[in-house]
Design a protein around this ligand. Structure first.
Ligand code: SAM
Length: 241
């Protein structure tokens, strides 16, 4: 796990032996399950440590000075095999974490790994974001809604912002196209009650491409017609009037 420990140091995240042990167990379980269920395209040790674990940790760069995730209600939308939510929960056990995923085999893995790692205060939900965003128990209830590699930003914002309380934030982990995705999201942001706060460039050890965290403030209630029914945000993205 040397690459992981060094990469975390670059991000100024000190890893304890307990963190490393939990992440190592996660890595072994992910590789084992992946042989049967094809959960992720990244299957080598270094790839998992850099592209899954370190990239998940980098979400902490979106926090303001002195801000902490402990005690916050966080939802990871389209979490797949648990990214970025589970590595963040390992680092910050005080997070109240909800993992949302639409694919059944990934949900089975999530329930398994949450049990294996004995993670407390984690809810795994098998549902689509468009449906969950209309459920009163989840709508506008979260301090942070985050996602990585789920959809183009105008679509993703329709998944995330209905779940965020006013004053909370959405966080999208994006690649080099982030600045243009943000430009194309102006209409979606206006419709959904969001406002871009900042783009944080992220350079990870071992990766040549720059990645970005797109941080969005929830400044107004999301109108009840959003999110639209499952499939509609992707079919008709909120890119124009
Ligand atoms: N976030 C994980 C990561 O970065 O490794 C998984 C990324 S994977 C490319 C996208 C995941 O989002 C898939 O597991 C898919 O099932 C899920 N997903 C896509 N659309 C969704 C939706 N509308 N609601 C819930 N999950 C969704």
């Amino acid at each position: 796990m040397e690459e992981l420990i060094a990469g975390a140091q670059d991000l100024r995240i000190p890893l304890t032996p307990e963190h490393v042990a939990a992440l190592q167990h996660y890595q072994v379980q992910l590789i084992t399950w992946n042989e049967r269920f094809n959960l992720t395209a990244i299957t080598d040790d270094i790839g998992i440590q850099v592209r899954h674990f370190l990239d998940s940790f980098s979400c902490l760069l979106a926090l303001e000075a002195g801000e902490r995730l402990a005690g916050k209600a966080i939802i990871d939308v389209g979490t797949g095999a648990g990214f970025p939510g589970i590595p963040l929960k390992i680092l910050c056990p005080g997070i109240r974490l909800t993992l949302l995923e639409a694919t059944a085999k990934k949900v089975r893995f999530l329930r398994h790994i949450v049990g294996e790692l004995a993670l407390k205060d984690v809810q795994v939900i098998h549902q689509r974001a468009e449906a969950l965003g209309q459920e009163p128990r989840h709508r506008e209830r979260y301090d942070w809604a985050m996602a990585r590699a789920v959809a183009d930003l105008p679509i993703l914002l329709e998944y995330l912002l209905p779940l965020v309380r006013i004053g909370g934030r959405a966080l999208a982990q994006k690649g080099e196209g982030a600045p243009s995705e943000v430009q194309r999201s102006e209409w979606a942001l206006r419709q959904l009650g969001g406002q871009t706060r900042r783009l944080v460039p992220v350079d990870l050890r071992g990766l040549t491409e720059t990645r970005y965290l797109v941080v969005v403030d929830k400044i107004a209630a999301t109108p009840i017609q959003y999110p639209r029914r499952p499939g509609m945000p992707a079919k008709r993205p909120l890119t124009e009037a």
